[in-house]
Design a protein around this ligand. Sequence first.
Ligand code: SF4
Length: 443
Amino acid sequence: MTTYHIWTVGCQMNKADSERLASGLEQLGLSECDDPRSADVVVLNTCVVRQSAEDTATGMLGALKKCKDADPQRRIAVMGCMVGPTTDDLRRRFPQVDAWARPQEFEPILKMAGETVGIDPDGCIRELLPADPKVATFIPIIHGCDKFCSFCIIPYRRGREVSRPIDELVHETEMLVERGVREVTLLGQNVDSYGHDLEPVHDLADLLCAVNEVDGLDRVRFLTSHPSDMSEKIIRAVGELPKVCENINLPFQAGDDDVLERMRRGYTRDEYLRKIDEVRSIIPDVALVTDVIVGFSGETEPQFQRTLDILKTVRFDKVHSAAYSVRPGTIAARQHPDTVPVEEKKRRLAELNALQEGICAEINADLSGREFDVLIDGHSKGKLQGRTRTDKLVYLENSETFETRIGGFATARITGTSPWSLRAEVTATETLAAGDRLRVYSA
Ligand code: SF4
């Protein structure tokens, strides 16, 4: 049996790509293998957002070269953001690699794998969709990014924005639902700019309306938004469509206008805060998530404090924080010297994280005693776990006394909280009526 192993790092877009590639490899008759050193076909799905991620991938390529030297029949492929528009330099540096593929470019790898098993993938591969998807799964809807933030390498590697047609995405959602999916997250580097390149032009709100109509689907989310492109129409769609979860990830990155300008983010602090007000006026129960970078080129202590002010003002449910590190090839690497010392970046990051931990603890403590619908998506330390519509991680304390299962819904009352998760007792769950859709009943 010919085996494959896909090594994946980076964002949810990469994870979604790996699931789709695995589907193609399995349609060619390959089977998954846990160990990259013994698989016949090894694919590295790479990330370059940070130099360290790219260095990890090149380290893996060094280790795989030894495996290939011992067995020249093995095949190695690299996909993802490490592969830019041209591969000449990469081919020179890594002659052990048999196939290179940009994000969402599956054909070179399927062709290479097809050769190892003597099958031409043309015409014998159906849709690239996971055969056994998780109950909450991801669907890439727009590739690339046109924003060119000064610190970010993504637009150079993933290219300009290209949206997938609405019909195709609805069909894909329907097929995933047939395979047991109940929640989809629509993915894009800048998901709010979805559809501007389609003919006729559409937007994310149109897509949310269409996906909301898919029978059997229970929840829809989307990632990641850009404050300049999140229109009132999109916000209203989130507020009005019953399946679209009231959970928005809206990165602000920095709280000071000069820093935002050097980052080329395209909005000011006040414009960002007005957008938050607009979101909250239309979706009062919204859970807000954001991304922040501390220690960007030239960031002074007062400027950093303005970032903390935004955390205190908005009180996000979750913050993804990072200390700035220079990414070669970006505008910032050329134009903005990395002036904040590493130790100072670490201190700022720790201060920001401590502040946010306190905010998360207070927000979650307020949920104590309330009931939420939880989609059960896994287990940990003997307990089932799931997510609320607002994406809170919930551990179910007494699930063994109910008909709970991964892939089902439970109603749960919050009994304990921490900054990162909730504990809850199940008060009702759903059961399968023969041949019917799942139904909720009270215990
Ligand atoms: S919006 Fe900015 S940070 Fe996000 S992918 Fe595009 S260029 Fe990078």
